[in-house]
Design a protein around this ligand. Sequence first.
Ligand code: KG4
Ligand code: ZN
Length: 344
Amino acid sequence: MRVLGIETSCDETGLAVYDTEQGLLAHELHSQVAMHEAYGGVVPELASRDHIRRVVPLTERVLAAAQCRLADLDGIAYTQGPGLAGALLVGASFANGLGLALGKPVVGVHHLEGHLLSPLLATPKPSFPFVALLVSGGHSQFYAVRAVGDYTLLGETLDDAAGEAFDKTAKLLGLPYPGGPALEKLAARGRHGAVTLPRPMLGSGDLNLSFSGLKTAVLTQVRSQALEDQRRADIACAFQDAIVDVLQAKALAALDVTGLSRLVVAGGVGANQTLRHRLIAAARDRGATVFFPDLQFCTDNGAMIALVGTLRLQRGAGDDYTFTVRPRWALSSVSATGMALSPS
Ligand code: KG4
Ligand code: ZN
């Protein structure tokens, strides 16, 4: 089975072709980061318009790179939610129009399921069951993943997502959007322990997280003295250490609670090298293994959507070319065939 995947939920247009025999054949990505940079964040209307401009040429490119004709496709998968409504509509309408024209099945995919299963594109890949830490710009959640479509939410952030905290803190430090990679770079020049920040919810006794207080603590530090270069780096370093400490402690607790020994880390913040190294070492110390997607598939991409679409189509999913997008959509309402169990 060969599936075209289309991701347009936010500020990346991602296209990919996945084949059940040969794996990922090709993927293409256009990032809108440069376009949104001037505004300090994603402007939804600009995002939708840019997806419209990019989606057809990127489809042609990815098919050429995969040496695949439209007629060779067995199905089309698109990100149905969660995300920006207008941006999602571009991928949804393009996918359904193409599917209808070709007479091929079309399936709407949950964006977070894409992130969650993206380590299956890597080598070695995790086998089920595993604990997943999903840390992106919009979500920070722990799941017990027992099979495709079997996701139990174990805990989540009560306020800001980890990526959001990186982005907001980066802004306070005068760094460009998106803040995560810029803050990581600045933190590398910082001195551990030079600035002290809290570890929110570390002792909460559950798997929930909270990052908005950390951002406020950074603001207090930023305002307390002149923000010369070394101090900016020290604050960035302290912020990253605080987030990583909390995520590491809660990830180990999630392994304890579930009795599982495999941890999957997915989502944009999973690209953070400090987080990666710390989690690998901490897991190794207790005989557990950590799996990450390839760096290029940590942030939004079409490959993870093509992969999940394939798994869904293999399980009999497929829509009748009438579609809706789901800007807000709980992953735990997704069943093994990808149908929503209940409205969310
Ligand atoms: O998964 P993603 O591409 O988009 C969402 O679905 O949200 O995640 C984007 C988030 C942004 O907040 C970005 O700042 C963060 O991931 N991020 C990072 C790094 N690379 C991206 N955060 C920390 N360190 C990084 N290296
Ligand atoms: Zn994402």
